[in-house]
Design a protein around this ligand. Structure first.
Ligand code: 13P
Length: 249
């Protein structure tokens, strides 16, 4: 059976002191949780987090990676560098990167290739805006985001990708998708993949993200096609992330 995957996306939050308090709290429960827990801190704190989690069940991830291997890309970070800093996962195509940093599906596909070539597991983030949902375009937007990447990197490579469905209207708004709304989209994603490769559709992890917290997570995780969470705000609160990681699945 697939292990439930919980990814903590700290976004641009934290400090050496705040991180050490949070990590001390997380280490207390990490070995008893039912889940694979991944922390994605801002780049400058990768080493600090690695020092804390070494020897524990917690894994390290990054929030972004550049689509090139190396060279004159001031301010950017390569997949090989992340690997050297013990990252196992990297978020790719988060909606904040798509909207604030103009990341296209084409760039996202290149980032996924870089990540995989370095031995990292890419977490492909997809999801529709409120306007797209209200226009009835959610499904076509999501399938376009998925198919662009699959067509670019090929189905064989796509087998190692984790998918995170994050409806943009639910991110940081406190307005989570209802379990039924989330399940409907997750099922649609899994069916799409079933059409390409039935075995992959069973094995691939599809995470939900968007205002997940210690209260709504219990119902969301009961949904058949939700395999874990990508958590923003609640991952900065030790008690909240502990409850989410210890849910009975
Ligand atoms: P929130 O959990 O704060 O809504 O953030 C979700 C998210 O964007 C995780 O990547």
């Amino acid at each position: 059976m697939k292990q439930t995957l919980i990814i903590a996306n700290w976004k641009m939050n934290g400090s050496i002191l705040a991180n050490s308090k949070l990590l001390t709290g997380m280490l207390k429960f990490s070995n008893t949780a039912n889940t694979e827990l991944v922390i994605c801190p801002p780049f400058p704190y990768l080493h600090q987090v690695k020092e804390y989690i070494v020897g524990s069940n917690i894994k390290l991830g990054a929030q972004n990676v550049n689509e090139n291997n190396s060279g004159s890309y001031t301010g950017e970070v390569s997949a090989d560098m992340l690997k050297e800093f013990y990252c196992r996962y990297v978020l790719v195509g988060h909606s904040e990167r798509r909207s604030l940093f103009q990341e296209s599906n084409g760039i996202i596909a290149k980032k996924i290739t870089q990540a995989m070539d370095a031995g990292l597991t890419p977490v492909l983030c997809i999801g529709e805006s409120l306007a797209q949902r209200e226009k009835g375009d959610a499904q076509s937007v999501i399938l376009e985001q998925l198919s662009c990447v699959i067509n670019d990197i090929g189905l064989k490579k796509f087998k190692s990708v984790v998918i995170a469905y994050e409806p943009i209207w639910a991110i940081g708004t406190g307005q989570t998708a209802s379990p039924e709304q989330a399940q409907k989209v997750h099922r649609m994603i899994r069916q799409y993949i079933y059409g390409l490769d039935p075995i992959l559709s069973k094995n691939i992890s599809i995470l939900y993200g968007g205002s997940v917290n210690e209260i709504n997570a219990a119902e969301l995780i009961k949904q058949k096609d939700i395999d874990g969470f990508l958590v923003g705000g609640a991952s900065l609160k030790p008690d909240s992330i502990e409850t989410i990681c210890k849910l009975k699945i």
